[in-house]
Design a protein around this ligand. Sequence first.
Ligand code: TIU
Length: 229
Amino acid sequence: MLTVAARPSPYTFDPATTALLVIDMQRDFLEPGGFGESLGNDVSQLRRTIEPLAALLAGARAAGLTIVHTREGHLPDLTDCPPAKLTRGQPSKRIGDPGPKGRILIRGEYGHDIIDELAPLAGEPVIDKPGKGAFYATELDTLLSEREIRSLLVTGVTTEVCVHTTVREANDRGYECLVLADCVGSYFPEFQRVGLDMIAAQGGIFGWVADSGDLLAVLPATAVLQPSS
Ligand code: TIU
């Protein structure tokens, strides 16, 4: 078992039953011309997460952790997109509209894919999800159960939307979540701060919060054994 300095208390995990979850680090959220910008957001706010997340991915790969990436997006015919999600707000472009990086938030389009800096390696599962939570209408819970994963190291964007929704879903399913503060990002600085505070409040009501440097300091430099199936 390994222990990381965290809020509200130290976080203990077994690397053999722990996965690094990288949520929605897609061009659609981090680069101009995509879904995030169409909602009126300054996408440059999220870019500070890339460098620490790349370092954490390298450390997790060296330690042999299970790594799972997710992408938010919809089928080209939009049959998996609830009408309310499609019509809500006053975006400059709607889901499915053509944009400079392909159709907005549509699976298979260039803008829907993960940014080059954090590209998944062959063999790392990529979960496509239609909602904000990574467990809703996906195979994630089955995949984690098959690998006997109980602990999740959670990273990605955005803190108060897809990260929060996923952590809440995971917490209700019994997973112990550690959210890495410098590896999650929001378009709104105050939501970043409050979003993290909400996770660690009330004795860790949804999980724990730590910095990636403290996690990297305890990860083994060589691969751990995975549980046999
Ligand atoms: N808009 C916003 O902050 N986020 C999303 O729509 N999706 C994710 O967080 N991935």
